[in-house]
Design a binder for this molecule. Structure first.
Ligand code: PGA
Length: 252
């Protein structure tokens, strides 16, 4: 049985006061959520301050990115050890905004994922096609490339420690989400790829989140699909009531 995992990705939003308020509000709004694991990924500058409120709210803390080197002359970068030290247990790697706005190549994503594992963090590996790629029938090829390039060569036990987030780029921040069937189709593909890389037992354990315009009014049907094990939530995670409703999704 895979425990559903709902993660809020705050992206580059909130100043200190807003972040603190959201942290407090989440504590109240999430009371009574059971059978689900939830977490937040605020901007780097708020991580340390949110560690305690997140713990009190029963939320895991995660970061939105990391660099693969352990330390040194890498201006602007943040290491796995720094994130751990700030209270993080999760870190997002290969988010589409980093792949497409910051032009991060696949081999960077692979290095970051390894650094996260080595640093004792759970990487959330984001994969997903653009609208153009979907329209050209390349969804399977792109998702396969994202999964394989990030995970090939890892020990099966390490594959078992990751989370995958399928986020079709055309659904992120657009209000246009994949249908439950479209999501299930790609999630099943991801699980098959994981089985090929690390065996069926490991693949069966790995949680595969869906991301892209997940809202209180579509979460229930998306998470009703057998291979959809949670959600990576952007916009709707910036408001305590809507994030809490997503965390407390109704089971089919
Ligand atoms: P969205 O973002 O929910 O605002 O579409 C999801 C994500 O990018 O993780």
């Amino acid at each position: 049985m895979r425990t559903p995992l709902i993660i809020g990705n705050w992206k580059m939003n909130t100043l200190r006061e807003e972040a603190a308020r959201l942290g407090r509000e989440l504590g109240d709004a999430l009371a009574g959520a059971t059978g689900v694991e939830a977490g937040i990924c605020p901007p780097f500058t708020h991580l340390a301050a949110l560690a305690e409120p997140a713990r009190k709210a029963g939320l895991a803390l995660g970061a939105q990115d990391l660099f693969w080197e352990p330390k040194g002359a890498f201006t602007g970068e943040v290491s796995a050890a720094m994130l751990k030290d700030a209270g993080c247990s999760y870190v997002i790697v290969g988010h589409s905004e980093r792949r497409h706005v910051l032009m991060e190549p696949d081999d960077w994503v692979a290095r970051k994922l390894r650094a996260a594992l080595q640093g004792g963090l759970t990487p959330i590996l984001c994969v997903g096609e653009t609208l153009g790629e979907r329209e050209q029938g390349k969804t399977e090829a792109v998702v396969t490339r994202h999964v394989r390039s990030a995970l090939e060569g890892l020990a099966p036990a390490d594959v078992g420690r990751i989370v995958v987030a399928y986020e079709p780029v055309w659904a992120i921040g657009t209000g246009r989400n994949a249908t439950p069937d479209q999501a299930q189709e790609v999630h099943a593909l991801v699980r098959k790829l994981l089985a090929g890389l690390a065996g069926a037992d490991v693949a069966d354990r790995v949680r595969i989140q869906y991301g892209g315009s997940v809202k209180p009014d579509n979460v229930d049907v998306l998470l009703a699909k057998p291979d959809v094990d949670g959600a990576l939530v952007g916009g709707a995670s910036l408001e305590a009531a809507s994030f809490a409703r997503i965390v407390k999704f109704r089971r089919a």
